[in-house]
Every structure is written in structure tokens, then in C-alpha cells.
Design a protein. Structure first.
Length: 314
């Protein structure tokens, strides 16, 4: 019988067996943990090459799922309904519960909506160093370029998509994700990585500035936020430079170090395309400068308070 892993944290999250193994491995190891957070239209497996690179440099990698994420792209394409109704707060709290099971605080790297979630987690004091790559906008980030609207229109163009898991066609993926790579590479990326995405999460981000109580908000003032780097693909259609730079300007008011690095020839696929290693090395250098893998954490020290009690549920 398969088992799932339950915590008594804020949400009582249920961890998949893979997440459980990764937490236990990180807690048994000597290096600093690093958490990778994927965004919409991708799965945790999209971080596999990043995981190998960071682990070769001494870190212990964890790539949490969003709740109900299938383990494979093939399964995800058979069941797009599994992505429906995944809200930003639900996903953030699930990953926060995973983090609270760690014996040492992690660094966090997030892409797209994962970059927004990474900033939310950092604002909760859960990260020692954070990298937000082409992050989705939060409340207070005002630019709304035409290319962003066009990229999100496959979801926003139909109000019924609010409660659906919404896949992209190849043409839509090519425009939103892979506009700065060759058509051949774009097709390869689509076939290897693209899955459906939560419609409600797109609506939440798109309407964040209209709703004071939105879940798409970030605590940019928390002095425990820790160092933060933005990496922005300047050819990105779905998260253009204007959005990343506006988020950076809000975050740089924090007392912790805040930086932005623009990559002039890169688009939204920069974490998965043939140039992924350049981006990963930039992220790694930043994390290592603020949180080396050999950092010693005093036993029992937790920057976020006591860990949730965990149990295995059959």
C-alpha cells in the first residue's frame, strides 16, 4: 500500500512519497538544503538538471510538488483536471509545510509563479537566500505589458477557465515560453515539459491590484526576508523586464541585499532550454555567496519557529 506524509502544520499538508524521501535525505545530509519551486505549465521534474548541478556543489535539493501534481508529464497530460483550483495560498502553505520539516533552513529558487511563491516564502522568513527567476507579479507591481496579456489570454479569455486546468497549444507555448529559441527547440521543450496549469492562479495574479485581500501579495518589508536576486529574461513575453524590474524596485526597500540581473537574449524558457546552465550558475553563485552549502546551523535553530509534527499516513 502506498503511503503519504502528513504534517500538522498550518494546512496539514500531505507529502508525496517522493517529497518525503527528499526531506528525509536533506535532514540526513550535511549540506544546506535548497528548495526549487516550479511555476505554471511545468512540473517539479523541470528542475532535474538544476538539482544535479546544485548537489554537485554541496547542496541538498528538494523540489516540492504543487498539491496533486502528477509525477510525470505523460500522466499530467492524461489528467489536466488535476491542476484545477490550485490557489496561490494553498500552494504556498504546502511548500511552507515541507520547509518546516527541514532541520536546517533552506535557500529557495523559484521560476515564474514559483518565483512569486519563493518571494512569499521569503517574506514569511523561511529562506536564507532566494532567487526569483522571471517571477509572476504580486500586488503592487503595476506594469502590464501587452505581451503579458496575450500570453495569459488562453486562460483569461474564458471565465470558465477559473476552475479548470488549462493546457497551452504549441503555438501558445511558443509565444509565451519559447519565443527566443528556435522553433525546433521550442517543439522539443513543449513535448518534454508542457502540462496544464491552474486557471485560478492566473486569475489571482492578473487581478491582484484590484483586490486588497488577494493571495498574490508578498511581505516585502520583513527584515527576516533574507538576500534576494531577480533574474530576468529580457526577451520574456509572459514576464517582461518591466514586471521583474518593478518587483525588484519594491523589494529593494528591504534591509536585506536585493539584486537584479537581466539576460538580454533570454525568454521564459530560460530554466529549461539549452541555455539553462548559464542561469543556474548565476543563481548558484548568488546563493553560495550568502548561504554556502557548508554553513553550520546550531542544532535546533529554526528561523521560522518549531517544526510541525509529522506522521506517515497509509
Amino acid at each position: 500500500m502506498s503511503q503519504s506524509y502528513s504534517t500538522s502544520g498550518a494546512t496539514g499538508s500531505v507529502l508525496t512519497p517522493r517529497e518525503q524521501r527528499e526531506v528525509e535525505r536533506a535532514n540526513a545530509g550535511q549540506g544546506a538544503p535548497i528548495v526549487f519551486v516550479h511555476g505554471l505549465w511545468l512540473l517539479p521534474s523541470s528542475w532535474e538538471r538544476w538539482r544535479r548541478l546544485f548537489e554537485a556543489r554541496g547542496y541538498l535539493a528538494i523540489a516540492p510538488s504543487w498539491p496533486d501534481d502528477p509525477e510525470t508529464v505523460e500522466e499530467a497530460r492524461r489528467h489536466p483536471e488535476l491542476f484545477a483550483d490550485k490557489r496561490l495560498l494553498q500552494v504556498t502553505e504546502h511548500i511552507a509545510d515541507v520547509i518546516r520539516l527541514l532541520k536546517k533552513p533552506p535557500a529557495i529558487v523559484g521560476h515564474s509563479f514559483g518565483g512569486l511563491i519563493a518571494q512569499k516564502l521569503a517574506g514569511m522568513g523561511l529562506s536564507m537566500a532566494t532567487v526569483a527567476i522571471d517571477p509572476a507579479p504580486f500586488r503592487g507591481v503595476l506594469p502590464l505589458p501587452f505581451s503579458t496579456i496575450k500570453s495569459a489570454f488562453p486562460v483569461l479569455g474564458n471565465p470558465a477557465n477559473y476552475h479548470r486546468g488549462v493546457p497551452l497549444t504549441f503555438e501558445q507555448f511558443r509565444y509565451a515560453f519559447a519565443n527566443a529559441v528556435s522553433e525546433e527547440e521550442a517543439r522539443e521543450l513543449y513535448d518534454e515539459y508542457a502540462v496544464a496549469a491552474s486557471g485560478v492562479a492566473v486569475f489571482q495574479s492578473a487581478t491582484a491590484n484590484l483586490h486588497p485581500g488577494t493571495e498574490a501579495k508578498v511581505d516585502t518589508k520583513n527584515p527576516e526576508r533574507g538576500p534576494l536576486l531577480f533574474i530576468a529574461g529580457e526577451q520574456d513575453h509572459i514576464v517582461p523586464w518591466a514586471i521583474s524590474n518593478a518587483a525588484y524596485k519594491r523589494q529593494k526597500r528591504n534591509v536585506a541585499p536585493t539584486e537584479i540581473r537581466g539576460l538580454p537574449t533570454r525568454c521564459h524558457s530560460l530554466t529549461i532550454d539549452s541555455g539553462w546552465e548559464e542561469v543556474a550558475e548565476i543563481a548558484l553563485a548568488f546563493v553560495k555567496s550568502h548561504y554556502p552549502p557548508e554553513t553550520v546551523i546550531r542544532p535546533g535553530r529554526r528561523v521560522w519557529g518549531p517544526a510541525p509534527r509529522a506522521e506517515i499516513r497509509a
